[in-house]
Design a protein around this ligand. Structure first.
Ligand code: SF4
Ligand code: SF4
Length: 168
């Protein structure tokens, strides 16, 4: 049986060891996400709401080839294609997506569409706040997903998109 002095030393040692762990954790950077007060931190590979990309000239990268829709296991991509003309050029290819919808009621964020795209037109963004009680709001249109037109490019190159879309 340990004498009282040894017991005291052992107890003090155990308390010091425990407090050492406590103080070490107090000084470490926090890993807690303060969402929604602060935006969460995402890994680059996070698959959020899709983003439709433009090229360096501001043209839409999507050429309406339908490969993403064919690869989608949930059948949630809807595309209507239209031809670029001499006066109205929307994408860098022969065709562009006049309509491009993704139904997020069905999307499982598998990334197959992104892998299938030959022009890197569709990518995953980091958007994740898509929950809704109204399922009709979960159908995202091209206009919801398309990156903004770059400010350094002359916008007249696609200025007639609205008229062209309306004409079809
Ligand atoms: S992430 Fe998967 S389920 Fe969602 S649109 Fe792309 S292919 Fe379809
Ligand atoms: S997003 Fe890519 S794969 Fe889908 S239609 Fe457009 S170019 Fe083709």
């Amino acid at each position: 049986m340990a004498n009282p002095l040894e017991e005291l030393i052992q107890s003090a040692s155990a308390i010091a060891k425990g407090m050492g762990v406590t103080f070490k954790e107090m000084m470490s950077p926090t890993v807690t996400e303060n969402y929604p007060d602060e935006p969460p931190k995402f890994e680059e590979r996070f698959r959020g709401v899709h983003v439709l990309q433009r090229d360096e000239n501001g043209l839409e990268k999507c050429v309406a080839c339908f490969l993403c829709a064919a690869a989608c296991p949930s059948n949630c991509i809807y595309i209507e294609a239209a031809e670029n003309t001499e006066t109205v050029r929307i994408s860098g290819g022969e065709r562009y997506a006049k309509v491009y919808n993704i139904d997020y009621n069905r999307c499982i964020f598998c990334g197959y569409c992104v892998e299938a795209c030959p022009t890197d037109a569709i990518t995953h963004g980091h958007g994740f706040e898509v929950s809704s009680y109204n399922t009709s709001t979960l159908i995202k249109r091209k206009e919801d997903m398309l990156v903004p037109f770059p400010t350094r490019v002359d916008p007249t190159i696609v200025a007639h998109e609205a008229e062209e879309v309306a004409a079809h």
